[in-house]
Design a protein around this ligand. Sequence first.
Ligand code: CTP
Length: 405
Amino acid sequence: MVVGVAGGIAAYKACELVRRFSESGHDVTVVPTSAALQFVGASTWAALSGKAVAADVWSAVHEVPHVRIGQEADLVVVAPATADLLAKAAHGLADDLLTNTLLTARCPVVFAPAMHTEMWEHAATQANVATLRGRGALVIEPAEGRLTGKDTGKGRLPEPSEIFEVCTQVMARSREHAGRDLVDLVGHRVVVSAGGTREYLDPVRFLGNRSSGLQGYALARAAAARGAEVTLIAANTALADPAGVTVVRVETTAQLRTEVLAASAQADAVVMAAAPADFRPTDVSDAKIKKSDDGSSPAITLTQNPDILRELSGDRLRAGQVIVGFAAETGDSTGSVLDLARAKLARKGCDLLVVNDVSGGAVFGSPDNEAVILAADGSAVEVPRGSKAALAHVIWDQIARRFTP
Ligand code: CTP
């Protein structure tokens, strides 16, 4: 695989990316631009990758590196991709080793742009990004946050660990789905909710639940790796922002509802992987509730929260929108896990319901999951035990089939 590095200050973060690829057994060739070498020297890249490094096409000419490196790659990721590099790639310029490599590569290509907000938002850059996406490249949205100097905004390079995740998923999908469109969600806006809400009793205490947010984050990450424009509404999670995903943080079910409904107005699919609390304390004390001297305990009265999934399914904020719910069931005296799930699917009115059997309590916080995906049309897809990422991709496969062309 090839890690291309363009000339931005975020080049130093690519060191961590190269290290992760090398440590996980990949044969990495680093191809910096000459501008990138102003930030991080060739010896650093050579040491991290275990290979000689060149930016121009004049080293080891007898090996024809300007053709061979691209032809042999199973993935080319450019991180950071500057405005200049994106422009050159979009227009097919080939004036150094990296741009030659991009023209000769026939494998998946991932660009992780990083630049100042103005440069990213400029019509020229946006047109170049659209051109590259139109040709099947995955261009990850930059993250928001601190940029070089004192300014903040959209344009940061996502965390190397998250770029690594995206690349790993792209490579896995390209092995499994050779010849199929890897970025099949390009042009689709999707919303995913994740985590568990907190319902406050007073400024320091809340009612919460055990949802880790891992499955929702896996869904957001998988959708971004397939080219979707993803908004993740995250309730009380402590997980790294997935690369290319807009993350909106919330605490309570009321906040989750507001943000999900706002984002869903433009979305082709909404996946409610969050665990919103069904009830909230009717009264929230402004001050911390104190113990009383007589040993009596305060009674907590609860009020039912709105059911966001039901509301989304009933109102359908956008024509053709695919709505997906999750159900954690144990089965009881009235029915099996699947009986209860079918009834829930009908009650909620969503298109798909991802059903977890939580009898053993195994799902919470675990990297693995198994599920049955029930559809409103009566079909069911069983997903055997595997990673939450693998389940996420099967869920997106089911959603993508339901998008109207
Ligand atoms: N959900 C929601 N709003 C709520 C509660 C749940 O949108 N206030 C969504 C969850 O995100 C999930 C699905 O509904 O996708 C299933 O939640 P669950 O709590 O299992 O459903 P309930 O209808 O509350 O069923 P139960 O009586 O089993 O708790």
